[in-house]
Design a binder for this molecule. Sequence first.
Ligand code: GDP
Length: 296
Amino acid sequence: MFDALTDRLSGILDRLTRRGALTEADVAEAMREVRRALLEADVALDVARTFIDRVKERAVGVDVVKSVTPGQMVVKIVHDELVAMLGADAQTISLAAAAPVPILMVGLQGSGKTTSTAKIAYRFTNRDRRKVLMASLDTRRPAAMEQLATLGTQTGVATLPIVPGQSAVQIARRAMEAGRLGGYDVVLLDTAGRTTLDEALMAEVAEVKRAVDPHEVLLVADALTGQDAVVTARAFDEALGVTGIVLTRLDGDGRGGAALSMRAVTGKPIKLVGVGEKFDALDEFDPQRIANRILG
Ligand code: GDP
C-alpha cells in the first residue's frame, strides 16, 4: 500500500533532514518534488496543489529556515497536513439509531459491494455481537442475489429469503419488516450495481433510500480505479447523499491516489477499507496511522 509514495517521500524528506541548515529555495524545491510524488501516486491535481500550498504557508508561518532543525520541522508539517488531507480522525459506521438500523450499500458493479456487505455483516456479528440481516436488492441479476445468499451461509449471517418478482423497494421494505419482526439490530441492504453511472440506477437507489430512510449510505469504490473511484464517489454523493466510503482492494493498490484524494475531493470520510478477499480483510481507515506509514 502506498509503496511508491512512501519511497519517494522518504527520499525527499531524508535529504532535507540531513542537510542541517535550509534556505527558502531548498524548501521550495523539496515541495516541488513532493508535489510530483503526489501526482505520480495519482492524487487529484487540486488536492496535491492545496496540500503543497498549505505546507508552504505553514513553513513560512513558523519560519522554518530559522529553526534549529528545519528539516524535521518540514517533516512534521508534511505529516500534519497529510493527516488533515486524509480526514484527521478515524470514522466508523454508526449504529446509533433505533433497531433495526438500516444501512444502504451503493456503488458500481464489480466495486466489491457484495463482498464488503458480507464483510461488514461478519464484523458486526462476530466482533460487535449484533444480530444482522442482509438483503440483496439486485432484481436484475439473480446471480447477485444468490452470491449474497452464499456469502450469508459462509459467514453465518442471515439473508432475506429471495422472492422473485419483487421490486427493489418492495424487497427493502420486506427486509425492514423482517428485521423488526426478527429482532435484528442491523439490516444491510445491498443495492444493485451497474457497470457505469446511469440515471436509472440512481433513481432506483434514491427510491429505496426514501422508502427505508437509511442511517448510513455507504459508497463502495475500488481503489485500483484511482481517480475514477473519486469521480464515482462524488456522483453518488450528489445523487444520493453518502455518509461514508468503503474503499476496496487497498491490498493491491501500490499508488494510493483514491485513498489519498477521496476525503479532500468528496468531503466524505473513508470509513472502512477492504484489504483482501477474506471476510475479515476489512480495516478501519485511520488518517494518523496511514500518515505514519507513508512517512515511515
Ligand atoms: P460487486 O459487483 O460490487 O458486488 O463486487 P463483488 O463483491 O462481487 O467483488 C468483486 C471481486 O472483488 C470479488 O472477486 C471479490 O472477492 C473481490 N474483492 C472485493 N473486495 C476486495 C478487496 O478488498 N481486496 C481484494 N483483493 N479483492 C476484493
